[in-house]
Design a protein around this ligand. Structure first.
Ligand code: FMN
Length: 333
């Protein structure tokens, strides 16, 4: 059975982002499938309360995917059992993270390169899980599809209910072209649901990825940062259906308030500063608005920022949009 209906648009796991308030914001804009950020299997097992809280499902979440990263079999086994006891729909194994702190431990994308070892670790998760297990990984070579096909086939044989494939090799991190051809070759060689990932920043880039890879299901990552409207836009097949200044201010206010509720006001507002910048970025606001973010410490101090968001972009914005007709982040003015 397929994990996702055809043509689903899934919110990617994003470390430091896809917590409950972030996922709620995406859900308000029509996102039906979302993942927690990657959770270190060891942190789950050694019982850090904060890590366990990451497994909590929001009231408006009809689907919750949890992603873990790790390599040690005993730890993966215990982490899988913990997750299986929670109200979670899918457990995803991270075989794509290129970050140094993950690579150093031989996990994430580094583990994927050692295919046999990756498969053995994945089998431990599958054996111990009560819920469907999926994988998110990367292409292994930009020119030759064979190594990636081999990896994905092995994962499917080991029990992957779906595989998400990011079309960039590990050394490229998140930059450069997405190698859709490699994803398409994998698509042609496996029966299991394959989700294409990389470079979706608008409805049209989503369609391009779908048509070039043959994958109906796509995963959106950076395209959703500060832009939950992307889910509405893709669903409606409209490239630009951006918020009004009031809509943007309301969304920011709600998101930050939920962060304050989750983490306490001081910490919640502090970690929301990067979100405030993401929300206004590329929408024609003056630089001073972004600079003002670093001084916001309380919900009360957020109010003047939101008032400035409501004022709208600089007068030059209209001209800028004319000159940049494909710019994905916009404002309805
Ligand atoms: C800040 C940041 C955090 C990320 N965290 C995770 C993560 O926790 N787990 C994961 O599998 N991928 C993670 N990724 C990778 C994304 O899920 C996605 O694969 C990548 O950004 C490519 O998609 P995009 O081009 O649409 O952004 C992260 C990417 C970024 C930029």
């Amino acid at each position: 059975m397929k994990i996702y209906p055809d043509n689903s648009v899934i919110l990617a796991p994003l470390a430091g982002y896809t917590d409950l308030p972030y996922r709620s914001s995406a859900i308000r804009h029509g996102c039906l499938f979302a993942f927690t950020e990657m959770i270190d299997a060891g942190s789950l097992v050694f019982g850090h309360g904060k890590t366990l809280a990451m497994l909590n499902r929001g009231r408006n979440e009809s689907f919750l995917g949890v992603q873990i990263v790790g390599s040690e079999h005993e730890i993966l086994k215990k982490a899988t059992r913990i997750i299986s006891q929670h109200d979670v729909n899918v457990l995803d194994f991270n075989l794509g993270c290129p970050a140094k702190k993950v690579a150093r431990k031989g996990e994430g994308a580094t583990l994927a390169k050692r295919t046999e070892e990756a498969i053995r670790a994945f089998e431990v998760i599958v054996r111990n899980s009560q819920i469907p297990v999926t994988v998110k990984t990367r292409i292994l070579d930009e020119e030759d599809p064979a190594p990636t096909i081999h990896l994905v086939k092995m994962l499917v044989d080991a029990g992957a209910a779906a595989v998400t494939l990011h079309g960039r090799i590990m050394s490229k991190f998140y930059s450069g072209d997405v190698k859709s051809r490699i994803i398409a070759e994998v698509r042609g060689n496996v029966k299991t649901q394959l989700i294409a990932n990389g470079g979706v920043f608008s409805s049209s880039t989503c369609e391009t990825l779908r048509s070039e890879t043959g994958c109906g299901c796509v995963m959106v990552a950076r395209g959703a940062m500060g832009n939950p409207w992307i889910f509405d836009e893709i669903r409606e097949g409209r490239n630009f259906n951006p918020p009004t200044p009031d809509g943007l201010a309301d969304e920011i206010g709600r998101h930050v308030a939920e962060m304050a509720e989750l983490c306490g006001e001081e910490i919640g507002v502090r970690i929301s500063r990067k979100l405030m910048i993401d929300y206004v970025k590329g929408r024609g606001y003056p630089g001073e608005l972004r600079n003002s973010v670093c001084k916001i410490k309380t919900l009360e101090e957020l109010k003047p920022f939101l008032d400035n968001v409501r004022i709208g972009p600089t007068p030059r914005y209209g001209k800028w949009i004319e000159a940049n007709p494909d710019a994905p982040r916009r404002l309805m003015v």
